[in-house]
Design a protein around this ligand. Structure first.
Ligand code: SF4
Length: 191
């Protein structure tokens, strides 16, 4: 079984058929889709380096684990920072080399939910929130709450992806028909 990344989960949640076309029929999608997880670790931002301690202090972190590559039976992920909070819970923190646009993209949230799952399994601690830092908006810090059902949703998605790939299941189309208009697969997809 292929080890899934948060991007696989994000694609599945966008449309379950993406998983089928891409990983069962192995037809690649075009790269321009905007749900792809944007990273950009290569950007070295000196001001950000200076700000990191300040940000962790503001959060109330008592300890930190940097650049953590975590895996479990289904998914893997690379987390910029895993923070230990004052109440003994843990939280992922992810730097986005992006501007804050007054809304939190679902893709960013899904990514944090996947990280929460990985952290809970690896460290044996509860994760109830995560943090995003928008480095192009003066390092704006945003707290995202993470519920049990958020974590369960990504676990369920990962399990469904496993089924689609291992059992060649043709999944249901997305409920959002607008997504089909510019879809790479619209010519081969029976909607
Ligand atoms: S055409 Fe629509 S249902 Fe089919 S893969 Fe694309 S988004 Fe999903």
């Amino acid at each position: 079984m292929l080890s899934l990344t948060p991007s696989h989960i994000i694609e599945y949640l966008y449309c379950p058929r993406f998983t089928f076309f891409e990983y069962v029929l192995t037809i690649p999608q075009h790269e321009e889709h905007n749900y792809k997880v944007m990273k950009g670790r290569e950007v070295h931002d000196q001001k950000l380096e200076q700000n990191k301690n300040y940000l962790r202090k503001r959060i109330g972190a008592t300890d930190k684990f940097l650049d953590q590559y975590l895996t479990n039976d289904l998914i893997r992920g690379r987390i910029d920072e895993v923070l230990v909070l004052g109440d003994g819970t843990m939280a992922p923190l992810d730097y986005k080399f992006a501007l804050y646009e007054d809304k939190i993209y679902e893709t960013y949230q899904t990514q944090l939910y996947c990280y929460a799952w990985l952290i809970e399994e690896t460290f044996g601690k509860k994760v109830e929130k995560g943090y995003l830092v928008y480095t192009r908006s003066q390092h704006k810090l945003v707290e995202i709450s993470i519920t049990e059902s958020n974590k369960q949703d990504v676990k369920d998605a990962a399990e469904k992806i496993r089924e689609i790939i291992e059992e060649n299941i043709y999944p249901k189309a997305t409920k959002f028909k607008a997504r089909c208009v510019n879809c790479t697969y619209r010519n081969i997809c029976t909607q």
